[in-house]
Design a protein around this ligand. Sequence first.
Ligand SMILES: Cc1cc2nc3c(=O)[nH]c(=O)nc-3n(C[C@H](O)[C@H](O)[C@H](O)COP(=O)(O)OP(=O)(O)OC[C@H]3O[C@@H](n4cnc5c(N)ncnc54)[C@H](O)[C@@H]3O)c2cc1C
Length: 540
Amino acid sequence: MKPLQTDKAQEKAQDRAQLLARLASVEEFDLVVIGGGATGLGTAVDASVRGLKVLLVEAHDFAKGTSSRSTKLIHGGVRYLAQGHLPLVWEALHERKNLLRNAPHVSQAMPFIMPAYRRRDQWFYGLGLKLYDLLAGRARLGATRLLSRAQTLLAAPGARITHLVGGVQYWDGQFDDARLALALARTAAAHGAIVLNHMPVTGLMTLPATGKVCGVACLDQETGIEYTVKARCVVNATGVWVDDIEAMTHSQGADTVLAHVPQAVRPSQGVHLVVDASVWPGDSALLVPHTEDGRVLFAVPWQGKVLLGTTDTPKSTVEWEPQALATEVDQILAEAAKYLVKPPARSDVTSVWAGLRPLAGDQTSGAQGSPGTTKNVSREHTIKVAPSGLITVTGGKWTTYRAMAADVMQSIRQAQLLSLTAEDVTVDLPLWGAKAPDPTEPYSAYSIYGTDGAEVKGLPGADQWLTPTLSEAMVRFAARNEYARTVEDVLARRSRLLFLDAREAARVAPAVASILSSEIQTDPQLAAFLALAQTYQLAG
Ligand SMILES: Cc1cc2nc3c(=O)[nH]c(=O)nc-3n(C[C@H](O)[C@H](O)[C@H](O)COP(=O)(O)OP(=O)(O)OC[C@H]3O[C@@H](n4cnc5c(N)ncnc54)[C@H](O)[C@@H]3O)c2cc1C
């Protein structure tokens, strides 16, 4: 693997005061990216690798939105295969391979088992998954194979036994979404970008004569100071919030379409339940390709627990912390119970959370479902260039973030907003911390830091464990090197404890607050975190 080419001095400048001073000193940025999720961060990486002067501003924390709430699969999408979206599946399968290669410290290949209760299902899905392998070509992770009943039970000891006839095993990838977002933020920073969290954009600046967007106004949440920033080009990558930013331009006239069809976002909620590992033991994930209401159900081992999900519920409102509906929780528990030896009980649930898919909103494009459903809406992305020059990107999925970012840069080139080459600059770019697993090194809680592991272990408190996966040194590292400003930043996204075990996260929160306070002079917002952690616990 090629080493990441970085400017160490710039990368180290994560001190917020220094970042704000740098921000104030730049007369004009080439590119300002609004939104620090998968899409915005990927765009900031691509642009900074090209040598552009880049600023990325995120309203809350990196991956606070949808990008920390995914099923954490790097996949082509078995459902999209079944729906016949072959180009989408092909692209995602190739991006799967790129991601596993470029960020091996936060991702890995994983076997999936589809238990079959009818012989024809085994053949049908077995053939479909062979096509998945064919589409992947050299990007294949492992061969799909049909399993006997005994082999299925060996690989998936948690699968329901009654009427089981066999199964299918295939391969996809798994990752830590919020930590990948952080790796992207640090990669962009290493290439000279300024990345700032807790910095919402509050307005767009336009040239009075032409109405062209020429910058943004953003607010430092900690000091209340507003900054106005000039930019040659502005990208709106705010996921389900894109319409709010677009509304700031008050642009007139028809938009120019450069990729796919322009449309407003159509949010769809997906809920996950995290349960004890005993519910689905082993290292393989479970795929149920067709639940009773036509969805896909996964049970995925993740950091010592199991994720169950998800749902697909159309939403008309957009919240920072979307809440799981009781019906969604019941749906997941009931569906899982049909396929598991040990039906999950409410008492097995250690965390529950919801995310909003920023699906392309045009009801006529790719949406063959009945009105009011989103499960058939296309997961493809759209890029729109407004008459004001504002670029808005939405849709897509985590797996294809890199390809989306490359498309955004090409749209900027085609619209002649910046002078760029057509070259793909990130396909072989290792992300921050990239380190292939070393079979001679035992896996530890520090492995996720990749090349930073030794540095984290060298900090005070490396042997002081607040909980088995979080040490005092990790909290210090989060504050010093990973832009963490609040208890929530640490416990939801640097560590994933809130998403794994909300009660345990609340228990260690006061200790995290105290370590954070000793590192940075801001309010770590402990009370707000404790209130939030309540909402991740399943009542009753
Ligand atoms: C339930 C669920 C499961 C999924 N599972 C998978 C999966 O397994 N694999 C996969 O590949 N994909 C998956 N996806 C899709 C994937 O998670 C999303 O496509 C992706 O995270 C979207 O990223 P984004 O950057 O577009 O949006 P977001 O992550 O929401 O980022 C937008 C950011 O903009 C910020 N923002 C908003 N307003 C402002 C403002 N005024 N100023 C500055 N910043 C602002 C927000 O705070 C947010 O952080 C899943 C999605 C869901 C909902």
